[in-house]
Design a protein around this ligand. Structure first.
Ligand code: AMP
Length: 146
C-alpha cells in the first residue's frame, strides 16, 4: 500500500537552471514571475546581479559540474534541469549527471555546436540551439516581408 502511494506521488515542480548569464537569468526571472519554484546555480556569484529584485527563487554559487553542488541544490527533487552555461562541454556533462545519476527525466541543454546534436539525442537530452532558433526567426521575418 505504502509502495503504491510512493509510486503515484507526483513531484512538486522544482526547476533548476544552471548558468545565470544572459539566457539563464532571463529565464529565471521569467519563471519566477510566473510563481514557479526555481533554483539557479552559477559558478560566479556576481552573475546573480542579473536577477530581478523581485526574483522569488533560490540561488546557489558553485561549479555545477561538481556533484556536491548539485546535491546541495537538491537535484534529486528537481522536476526539470535546464543547463545553459556558455560551454557545450559543461552542458553535456552536467546534463548527463542529471539524467544518469539523478534520474531527472526533463533535461534541457543549450548547444552552440549544432553538429553535436545527435550526441544529445542519443542521450535523450533536449537541446536549445541558438543558431537553429535564429535561422528559424530570420526566415520567418523574410517570409513575412513577401
Ligand atoms: P551566458 O553565456 O551569458 O548565458 O552565461 C553563462 C553563465 O554560465 C555564466 O554566468 C557563467 O558564470 C556560468 N557558468 C559557466 N560554467 C559554469 C559551471 N561549471 N557551473 C555553474 N555556472 C557556470
Amino acid at each position: 500500500m505504502f509502495l503504491k502511494k510512493e509510486k503515484n506521488a507526483q513531484k512538486e515542480e522544482y526547476v533548476i537552471i544552471i548558468g545565470c548569464g544572459r539566457l539563464g537569468s532571463m529565464l529565471a526571472n521569467s519563471l519566477s514571475e510566473q510563481k514557479r519554484n526555481v533554483m539557479i546555480i552559477d559558478g560566479n556569484k556576481s552573475s546573480f546581479r542579473k536577477l530581478d529584485s523581485s526574483f522569488g527563487g533560490l540561488s546557489l554559487a558553485g561549479d555545477a559540474a561538481d556533484i556536491d553542488i548539485l546535491m546541495e541544490a537538491d537535484i534529486d527533487k528537481a522536476t526539470d534541469v535546464i543547463v545553459v552555461t556558455e560551454s557545450d562541454n559543461t552542458n553535456i556533462m552536467v546534463s548527463q549527471i542529471a539524467k544518469e545519476i539523478f534520474g531527472i527525466e526533463s533535461v534541457i541543454a543549450r548547444l552552440y555546436d549544432t553538429e553535436r546534436k545527435c550526441v544529445y539525442e542519443e542521450l535523450n537530452i533536449n537541446t536549445i540551439c541558438p543558431a537553429d532558433l535564429s535561422v528559424f526567426e530570420i526566415k520567418r521575418l523574410l517570409d513575412e516581408k513577401e
